[in-house]
Design a protein around this ligand. Structure first.
Ligand code: PMP
Length: 294
C-alpha cells in the first residue's frame, strides 16, 4: 500500500498534507483539468537522486501547452528543482519514494475553458510498491479503446483522461488479469493503463511508435537508449496485437511499474525465459541508482 509523506507543496509553500486542498468548485475538481507527472527519487547519504527530472519537467510543460493551461508564473526548471529538493528535505525519506507534481486549474467555475484560467503547482511525496510484479504479469486486451490524439491526447498527461485508464484497468482486474492492453481505433497496440509496452522478436526490441496514442514514457525512452547502447536493435513502429501473442518476450515499463516481464496475454502463454528483458531490467535498475543529485 502507498504511504503519503506528511508535507506537501501547495499554494507556493510547504504545508501539512492535510491542508493541501483544492476547492470543489475548481476546474481541476469539476473537469479533471490538471496535468501531472510522477518521478522516482532515491535518497543517498542525506542527498536525493531524481530520475530524469529535466524530462519530467519538460513533459509537464508540454502537457500544459497541449491542453492550453497557463504555466505557473516563473516556474523554470531550476525553480521546479528547488521545490522538489525543499520538499524532500522536509520529509526526509529514508527509502526510495515517488514525487507527484501536478499543475491544477484552480479557478472557480470558469466553465469549460483552459486558457487564461489560473493554475497552481502541487507536489507530494509517497512510498509505494511497484504497481507490477517484476515477472509473470498477465494482461488482457481491453474492450475500451485508448482515447485518440484527436479526442484527449495521450501524449499529454491529463488527470481527467485517466478515467480511460481506470475503466480498462478495472475491467482487466475484474477478469482476473493484472492490467489491460489498450488498442487504438484501428486495432494497433498503444500501451497499458499506466505503463508502456515492448516486445522482443528475433533479437530486436519493438515498441509502438509515439504516434500510437500513448504517453511518451520517460522510461520507454531510457530503455530505447539503453538497448541501443548495448547493441540491441530497436524499432518503433505500429504493433499488431497478434504480434504480442507470438513474441519471444514482452515486457512493460514505467515509473511505477519499473520493468516487468509479461507471462500471458488474453489466455496465451508466453515463453518463460526472458533473457533480453532481464538484461534491460538490470540496466534500468542500474540507471535508477544513478539519477542526478538534486
Ligand atoms: N503510459 C501511461 C498511461 C502512464 O500513466 C505512464 C506512467 N507515467 C507510462 C505510460 C509510463 O511513463 P513514465 O515512464 O514516464 O513513467
Amino acid at each position: 500500500m502507498a504511504r503519503i509523506h506528511n508535507k506537501a507543496y501547495f499554494n507556493q509553500k510547504i504545508v501539512p498534507i492535510a491542508d493541501a486542498h483544492l476547492s470543489v468548485a475548481s476546474s481541476a475538481v469539476l473537469y479533471g483539468l490538471s496535468i501531472y507527472t510522477v518521478f522516482y527519487v532515491l535518497p543517498e547519504k542525506g542527498r536525493f537522486r531524481a530520475f530524469h527530472l529535466q524530462e519530467h519537467y519538460s513533459r509537464l510543460r508540454s502537457s500544459a501547452k497541449i491542453i492550453g493551461l497557463t504555466w505557473p508564473k516563473k516556474l523554470s526548471f531550476t525553480q521546479f528543482q528547488d521545490i522538489v529538493r525543499g520538499l524532500l528535505e522536509v520529509n526526509n525519506p529514508e527509502e526510495p519514494v515517488f514525487v507527484r507534481a501536478t499543475v491544477h486549474a484552480d479557478d472557480l467555475l470558469p466553465g469549460t475553458r483552459s486558457r487564461g484560467v489560473s493554475t497552481q503547482l502541487s507536489m507530494f511525496v509517497y512510498t509505494a510498491s511497484p504497481i507490477m510484479k517484476p515477472s509473470g504479469v498477465r494482461l488482457k486486451t481491453s474492450q475500451w479503446r485508448r482515447i485518440p490524439d484527436n479526442s484527449i491526447p495521450s501524449r499529454a498527461k491529463v488527470n481527467g483522461a485517466y478515467v480511460n485508464s481506470v475503466l480498462a484497468h478495472q475491467d482487466a482486474r475484474d477478469a482476473g488479469y493484472d492490467d489491460c492492453i489498450f488498442l487504438d481505433q484501428s486495432g494497433h497496440v498503444c500501451e497499458l493503463s499506466a505503463a508502456n509496452i515492448f516486445m522482443v522478436r528475433q533479437g530486436r526490441l519493438i515498441t509502438p511508435d509515439t504516434s500510437s496514442d500513448l504517453l511518451e514514457g520517460i522510461n520507454r525512452r531510457v530503455i530505447i537508449e539503453l538497448a541501443e547502447a548495448t547493441g540491441i536493435p530497436v524499432q518503433e513502429r505500429a504493433v499488431d496485437l497478434t504480434e504480442l501473442y507470438i513474441a519471444d518476450e514482452v515486457f512493460v515499463c514505467g515509473t511505477s511499474a519499473f520493468v516487468a516481464s509479461v507471462s500471458e496475454i488474453d489466455g496465451r502463454l508466453l515463453e518463460k525465459k526472458n533473457p533480453i528483458t532481464q538484461k534491460i531490467a538490470t540496466l534500468h535498475a542500474k540507471a535508477l541508482r544513478s539519477g542526478d543529485f538534486l
